[in-house]
Design a protein around this ligand. Structure first.
Ligand code: CMP
Length: 136
């Protein structure tokens, strides 16, 4: 059964010229793109997206970072798209958790600047896609 997930190439991924690399990996896996937008996001959207982290000490820094430059928001579609993309991304910490061969493992060094986001469940995917692509 086909599934949708929300992927962000975060501002560090865009500024480092890794958008094509991320999209190539998504497509090579066999997943497809249902929507895509380059966008500098308003703080209110970032707050909604990261609402579950509102109490965390890094929340302010995370909002500054995610609103600090253009990012690419993508709706990715395909069988088990949510876990398939999380496998491509690797663990949240690019050094301690993500393994070589994953996006974060190959290109990241710091947990905040971990290049990509992918929804972590069907409920998150539905919620996040509504935030980023309300007309989809
Ligand atoms: P993401 O998968 O988008 O979900 C939450 C984000 O918070 C995470 O990727 C990281 O970019 C960021 N994050 C998680 N832990 C920390 C931390 N300890 N310090 C700064 N940022 C963090």
């Amino acid at each position: 059964m086909s599934e949708r997930t929300l992927v962000l190439v975060k501002p560090d991924g865009v500024s480092r010229g890794l958008v094509g690399e991320v999209i190539a990996r998504i497509e090579r896996k066999g997943l497809s793109l249902a929507a895509l937008e380059l966008r500098t996001v308003e703080r209110s959207v970032a707050e909604q997206h990261y609402a579950e982290h509102a109490e965390k000490g890094f929340f302010g820094d995370l909002l500054d970072f995610i609103t600090g430059g253009p990012l690419v928001a993508i709706v990715v579609e395909g069988p088990r798209a949510i876990s398939a993309f999380r496998q491509l991304a690797g663990g949240t910490d690019p050094v301690d958790k993500a393994t070589p061969g994953t996006i974060r493992g190959d290109f990241g060094l710091e947990v905040q600047f971990n290049l990509v986001h992918g929804s972590d469940s069907t409920e998150s995917a539905e919620r996040e896609i509504k935030i980023w692509f309300p007309n989809l």
